[in-house]
Write a protein that binds this ligand. Structure first.
Ligand code: NAD
Length: 539
């Protein structure tokens, strides 16, 4: 598929892919007709040329098929085989770790300028392949066109952002003060060694490359495991990294699920873990990594969310409803940052709910390969069953459920398609207000005091994102001062709690959501892949 540079037709007859506007999560109002016209051509090509093939693991620069083969299918249509992948055996994981260990000294000694230059080259390769990667991501996890392209653009910006961070910090070294004119001290950050990078299914390009490129720029080598549902984009990333010219063994790909992940975590040759995924798995890794070993090792774990939005009496109801619908139902609610609970001031409750239900009603659900489809399928039958259980629990609690159906007929029988769902009237202490569902499922709570509402929104085990809609500066100040989440947004129609972008926003969690700035896009993320060393020399 490399070399897919077909010229545009329709109104963009003269435009090459390079000239098309960039899709981000915020520029929803732009005219993307040229982008759509190009995708109309690329998606069928990707389906014809990239799916259903063998996608081996990559260890020490070579294809590796040691392990259990498995076929992954598209959630859009389970009859579409994405390809055959190999759940790496413990031996294969061991070889990947050894390859990474073998490559690490040369990679470290290459120096930060050359590492940054090579990683910029990765961004260039990804840029030339961005449409095919977006189409692959779309088919692989069921994202809408705009979500998939936005993710790939974000991924490219992440690579550039972190490479530039390394350069602007001069490789993270600085001279300190002197106690004595003849004694000089320099403080440096240096790599830990080999990082295991374990990624979730929902942002298979951006989060995989965000974590991996940070580990690499810092001078570590990597053993990377994508989600078992995202081996296709995982392999495409490995190919981009190889094409950019990173030395063999510096980046190794092993596919598989929990067992392969556990083998990486348990391997004594792994010096650090970068994980993004569920709270349950992340906490288990944090509790277990390096236990029984000779010394402490770092785990960077970015986990789930239960993200509140507050709609104050002074809010612009249309903007609030638009931003809420995008955050709650975009990517079928399968974002760590999805808005999953909304607190609405009692005086505007009816107006807001009418506007929000109107937005939910207007959402087109279907095959996300098509232009106007906003919601595709949820990722798996297990996710659909979780949806059914949540709807049943809401009904059992006498709540009012708008939506709530699993769709059937035609394509809907070939995947797991559910309606955007809004639940009102749940008891305030109900678990559905508290537990991450990772579904297009929004619960509504009322309030008369914004201060109390924020306290209730804070009282969840997570702390990832939060949003507010208000036209009152004192309410905005109250929100900024008291909302505990790592990422705060106000008055955005493009997303109440979602849509961060590298270099523009950062992405940070705390409590059950993680430890700080994130693989997504934290300004202070890169240094976490390094340890500090102080060097005092008497001259
Ligand atoms: P998951 O936790 O099920 O899986 C994540 C990764 O961990 C996968 O690669 C999986 O194979 C691997 N894994 C599973 N069990 C393991 C084990 N015992 N040892 C080692 N690795 C193991 O998550 P998911 O369903 O892929 O993704 C959804 C979750 O990710 C949600 O909870 C979401 O909130 C979270 N997420 C968080 C962020 C963030 O930045 N905070 C971003 C995206 C997704």
């Amino acid at each position: 598929m490399a070399g897919m540079t077909t010229k545009m037709t329709m109104q963009d007859k003269t435009m090459t892919p390079d000239q098309l506007p960039r899709v981000t999560y915020s520029n929803i109002a732009e005219d993307f007709s040229g982008v759509h016209a190009h995708l109309d051509r690329v998606i069928p090509q990707v389906k014809a040329e990239m799916l259903g093939r063998e996608r081996a693991n990559r260890i020490a620069g070579r294809d590796d098929r040691d392990g259990e083969p498995f076929t992954a299918v598209s959630p859009i249509d389970r009859d579409i085989a994405l390809g055959t992948f190999w759940a790496a055996s413990p031996d294969a994981v061991d070889r990947a770790v050894k390859a990474a260990r073998g490559a690490r000294e040369a990679w470290r000694h290459l120096g930060w300028e050359k590492r940054a230059a090579l990683c910029h080259r990765v961004a260039e390769v990804m840029t030339t392949r961005r449409f095919e990667m977006a189409a692959a991501c779309l088919i692989e996890v069921g994202k809408s066109r705009m979500e998939a392209l936005g993710e790939v653009e974000e991924a490219i910006d992440l690579v550039r952002f972190y490479a530039d961070e390394l350069v602007s910090n001069h490789g993270f070294g600085r001279d300190l003060k002197r106690a004595n004119p003849r004694e000089e001290t320099r403080d440096v950050l240096r790599p830990f060694g080999v990082f295991g990078v374990i990624a979730p299914f929902n942002f298979p390009v951006a989060l995989s490359i965000g974590m991996s490129i940070s580990a690499l720029l810092a001078g570590n080598t990597v053993v990377f495991k994508p989600s078992p549902m995202a081996g296709l984009t995982g392999r495409l990333l490995a190919d981009c990294i190889a094409e950019a010219g990173l030395p063999e063994g510096v980046f190794n790909l092993v596919c598989g699920g929990a067992e392969t992940g556990a083998a990486i975590v348990a391997h004594p040759g792994i010096d650090g873990i970068a994980f993004t995924g569920s709270h349950q798995v992340g906490m288990a890794i944090m509790r277990g990594f390096g236990v029984g070993g000779a010394h402490a090792k770092p785990v960077l774990a970015e986990m789930g969310g239960k993200n509140p939005t507050y709609v104050a009496a002074s809010a612009d109801v249309e903007t609030a409803a638009a931003g809420m619908a995008r955050s709650a139902f975009g990517l079928q609610g399968q974002k760590c940052s999805a808005g999953s609970v909304v607190f609405v001031h009692d005086t505007i409750r009816e107006d807001f709910l009418t506007a929000l239900k109107g937005k939910a009603d207007a959402i087109r659900i279907g095959d996300p390969c098509e232009r106007d489809v906003f919601m595709g399928p949820v990722i798996s039958p297990a996710a659909r069953q979780r949806f059914e259980r949540a709807v049943a629990a809401a009904r059992a609690a006498q709540a009012e459920v708008t939506g709530g159906r699993v769709l059937s007929g035609g394509l809907f029988n070939k995947g797991d398609y559910v309606e955007p769902t809004i639940v009102t009237g749940l008891p305030d202490d109900h678990a559905l207000h508290r537990d991450e569902l990772f579904l297009p499922f929004l619960t509504v709570r009322g309030f008369s005091s914004l201060k109390d509402a924020i306290a209730r929104g804070n009282a969840v085990p997570y702390g990832l994102t939060a949003g507010v809609y208000t036209r009152d500066e004192s309410e905005l100040d109250l929100f900024l001062d008291t909302a505990e989440a790592g990422v705060l947004y106000a008055n955005r129609a493009s997303g109440a709690t979602t849509g961060a972008w590298p270099g523009i926003q950062t992405f940070c969690g705390w409590k059950g959501s993680g430890t700080g700035s994130k693989g997504g896009l934290g300004t202070f993320y890169l240094p976490q892949f390094m340890r500090e060393q102080s060097r005092t020399i008497m001259r």
